[in-house]
Design a protein around this ligand. Structure first.
Ligand SMILES: NC(=O)c1ccc[n+]([C@@H]2O[C@H](COP(=O)([O-])OP(=O)(O)OC[C@H]3O[C@@H](n4cnc5c(N)ncnc54)[C@H](OP(=O)(O)O)[C@@H]3O)[C@@H](O)[C@H]2O)c1
Length: 770
């Protein structure tokens, strides 16, 4: 280790005495000879110093001292000796002191400290390699625990449940000046934040929701919550009069609301939450000055940590997951969420949590949950499913399955039917023809959704189940009241309700979500969940199961609307539990070859790991009696998978692009074969194949911080460390560069620079095939 280099780096930093903890700010560290460092390193650190440091509100402490010997500084900040102070240290016992220091630096980074990586890397040749950021990619770049440590064997399914624990934090304050837009709540959180920002020299512009665009005072606006044009106007005016905004703080989903969420309010709350953030992101994209802008979304009681002061708000949970996806999708815009809880009369307590995060300014965690003033982080705790004693699937029970004629609903219905003589009430929007016409209908009609549904009902009946059809739209209160009445009249109640209805998301980045389609995704799952919660109460179910998805927890590019709808259900389950009602939300991984997640569009050709139907049903059996409110079902990944992504079967169009021409200068590929629209867009004059290749290579090199000459045109993009996140950023860069809208599947279908250039050449050519 080059000690003098370290000493050089430390000069100018206050030195703390190991014994007293006194900080000698005047007497800055001077470069010291190696022998002096060795002497200091050999001294064990003394605990009395800790009190002094704490009273000096030290947030980060780099301890250079013995790792052995007692007393010594604690390594873990959650150790009660040193709350709120992150420590790293290096020891002399190690054979790799430099490695220990780097490890310590990494710890600080994970805790949220801002590290000057450029300075750290100075003089070295290093390449930024982004790690996978969401589960659907399923590429592992790290070594997993050995087989012996893994929680499940190959083919088994791991059941987990989310728990929230105190997180490691590094306190610290960055400069928070500049111009801020504060989308203020009615309860004073916004005013508190404005006050504190002003103390730090910032200029805050207040924006409140209104019926129309207005400017009641020079530094105040009213806008329509879901109208992107209003946000654009504010951004443009603020930029021209006050300067470039530094950040936006969205507080409209943080208002104090002690009421339990009600169906009558759900559309309004979606408008001021999910819809307003979509409109805001669209406006920022239209405005075009995203670089360096920060978007802080504040919610209250949206995350079920178990430590809430007021009722949970599922509609705000939808916003949290949507924002998480927006953060994953954003290249040059920092998106962060802070969720806190309301205590009566304490806008200041909530504001201080927001300020703490805002002043820390760290990009991680994307979602910060504060309870009792402490930052919590989510862990997924494995559940001992083996402790399940009696199977919950008993013969003869009445189950109401909404979405029961869909893929997952039908698999579960068959599973219940197989347990023996159960009675199944199946609900969906599709109305089947009268039973008398079924045989004839099946014989005469080509395969249709109705014929498929009819076959499924007949199959269930052949298994011995009694099937009652109660058609209707789950988001329609009246139709579901009628269905509930029908069930009550026939059976006098239900044993279990399963909400397995829903439609696929739009597979678009959040700012491009179409509002009508967004509402339809939210309607079936989220509003539908609330309707079922309402109408099922008199039926007194023992089980109430929501079919949710991993996307609610992990997000995923293009999953904004779908993740939002699922997150709503997770928190609705927790809300029901808090009311003493049965509830279980299951965050399913995709079911293999079943259902609407098979239609989802992924940015790379690597499909997510999926569950077989047998694995999923075994997990259903285990989750049901687990007593949990939320269960996460993922396939296990034991052993040591390769550090590089495993080969997935080549996409047909990939085969095509490889087969057609290895070189860009080869014969043009017909647009139909490339999956292009029949009429290629004549909007732009193509710059020519080699010009295109040079442009897109440059764009990718800049994203990857890699030299252009290293990016071989015909090499697979994954070889450059391309993952879905970089893929989306690359796509956005190309869209901006060429002013075209590109499909999310572009890079999956055309997985090399040459193939992308070929596609763009055809797409931008005035006539197809030229
Ligand atoms: N497939 C997966 O791998 C997967 C993974 C995680 C979670 N999930 C969740 O599991 C649930 C079922 O998914 P799936 O894959 O089985 O989808 P699916 O095959 O498309 O089935 C969905 C069913 O929901 C019904 N439905 C949709 N909107 C409705 C509404 N407004 N009112 C009443 N019924 C409605 C549809 O019937 P109608 O069109 O006739 O109404 C359809 O039968 C979804 O909520 C999905 O998010 C699925």
């Amino acid at each position: 280790m080059d000690e003098s280099a370290i000493a050089d780096g430390l000069s100018g930093i206050g030195r703390s005495s190991e014994l007293s903890g006194a900080i000698d700010a005047e007497n800055r560290l001077e470069p010291m000879p190696a022998t002096e460092w060795q002497r200091l390193i050999a001294l064990p650190a003394q605990t009395p110093a800790l009190d002094r440091l704490r009273s000096n509100t030290v947030g980060t402490l780099v301890v250079i001292g013995s790792t052995t010997g007692s007393p010594s500084f604690p390594l873990q900040p959650e150790n009660s000796q040193l709350p709120g102070i992150a420590t790293i240290r290096s020891g002399t016992s190690s054979e790799d002191p430099w490695g220990e220091l780097v490890d310590g630096l990494a710890r600080l980074y994970v805790m949220g400290a801002t590290i000057d990586w450029e300075a750290y890397q100075e003089g070295r040749r290093a390449r930024r390699l982004p790690l996978p950021t969401y589960p659907f990619e399923r590429q592992r770049f790290w070594v997993l625990p050995s087989r012996a440590d893994a929680t499940a064997a190959a083919g088994e399914v791991v059941l987990k449940t989310p728990v929230w624990r105190p997180a490691l934090t590094v306190t610290g304050e960055r400069w928070a000046g500049g111009v801020w837009l504060v989308l203020a709540d009615p309860d004073g959180i916004g005013d508190e934040i404005v006050h504190h920002l002003a103390l730090r020299g910032a200029q805050a512009i207040l924006v409140r929701p209104g019926e129309y665009f207005g400017r009641p005072a020079p530094d105040q606006y009213t806008i329509r919550v879901a109208v992107a044009e209003d946000y654009v106007r504010v951004l443009q005016q603020v930029e021209s009069e006050w300067g470039m905004p530094r950040g936006i703080c969205h507080l409209w989903a943080a208002a104090r609301d002690g009421r339990v969420p009600h169906l009558a309010d759900v559309d309004t709350t979606f408008a001021s939450g999910v819809e307003s953030v979509v409109a805001l992101l669209r406006a920022v994209s239209t405005w075009g000055r995203r670089a360096g802008l920060e978007l802080w979304i504040v919610t209250a009681d949206a995350i079920a940590t178990g430590k809430e002061e007021g009722p949970l708000h599922p509609e705000r949970a939808a916003l949290v997951s949507l924002a998480q996806v927006a953060a994953q999708e954003s290249r040059d815009l920092l998106v962060r969420v802070v969720d806190a809880t309301w205590k009566d009369g304490e806008a200041s307590a909530l504001a201080s949590c927001v300020l703490q995060e805002l002043l820390r300014g760290s990009p991680e965690p994307t979602v910060a949950a504060y309870r009792a003033g402490r930052l919590l982080q989510r862990d997924l705790l494995p559940i001992q499913a083996a402790t399940v004693e009696k199977p919950a699937i008993e013969a003869g029970r009445v189950w109401w399955i909404v979405g029961g004629l869909g893929d997952l609903g039908f698999e579960v219905a068959s599973h219940l039917a197989a347990a023996g003589s159960c009675r199944l009430v199946l609900t969906g929007r599709t109305r089947l023809p009268p039973r008398l016409a079924w045989q004839e209908y099946l014989a005469n009609e080509a395969p249709t959704a109705i014929a498929k549904a009819v076959r499924r009902v007949m199959q269930l009946e052949a298994m011995g189940a009694e099937v009652l059809l109660a058609p209707g739209d789950v988001s329609d209160l009246q139709e579901m009241q009628e269905a509930a009445q029908l069930i009550n009249d026939r059976y006098g109640g239900v044993y279990g309700v399963i909400h397995a209805a829903g439609v696929a998301g739009q597979a678009k980045p959040v700012q491009k979500l179409d509002s009508a389609a967004l509402s339809s995704v939210l309607r079936g799952k989220a509003r539908g969940g609330l309707v079922l919660d309402t109408v099922s109460r008199d039926l007194k179910p023992t089980h109430f199961i929501f079919f949710s998805s991993l996307s609610a927890l992990y997000g995923g590019l293009g999953f904004g609307d779908y993740a939002a709808a699922n997150a709503f259900l997770d928190v609705l389950a927790h809300l029901r539990r808090s009311q003493g009602l049965p509830a279980l939300a299951i965050n399913w991984a995709g079911w293999r070859d079943r259902g609407l997640e098979t239609q989802a569009v992924y940015v790379t050709e690597n499909r997510p790991q999926t569950l077989t139907v047998d694995e999923a049903l075994a997990a259903f059996d285990a989750a049901l009696p687990s007593g949990m409110t939320q269960v996460v079902v993922e396939p296990s990944t034991p052993g040591f998978p390769p550090l590089r992504p495993t080969e997935s079967p080549p996409h047909p169009s990939r085969l095509l692009s490889e087969a057609t021409s290895p070189a860009l200068s080869g014969l043009p590929v017909p647009p139909g074969e490339l999956g292009l629209p029949a009429q290629a867009s004549p909007t732009k004059q193509s710059p020519g194949p080699s010009g295109l290749l040079a442009t897109i290579r440059k764009a990718l090199a800049s994203l990857l911080s890699a030299p252009e000459e290293e990016l071989d045109a015909d090499a697979p993009l994954v070889d450059f460390g391309m993952d879905s996140r970089i893929g989306l950023q690359f796509l956005q860069a190309l869209e901006e560069q060429f002013a075209v809208e590109l499909p999310l599947t572009l890079l999956a279908d055309h997985p090399s620079l040459a193939a992308v250039a070929r596609y763009l050449h055809l797409r931008l050519s005035p006539s197809p095939g030229v």
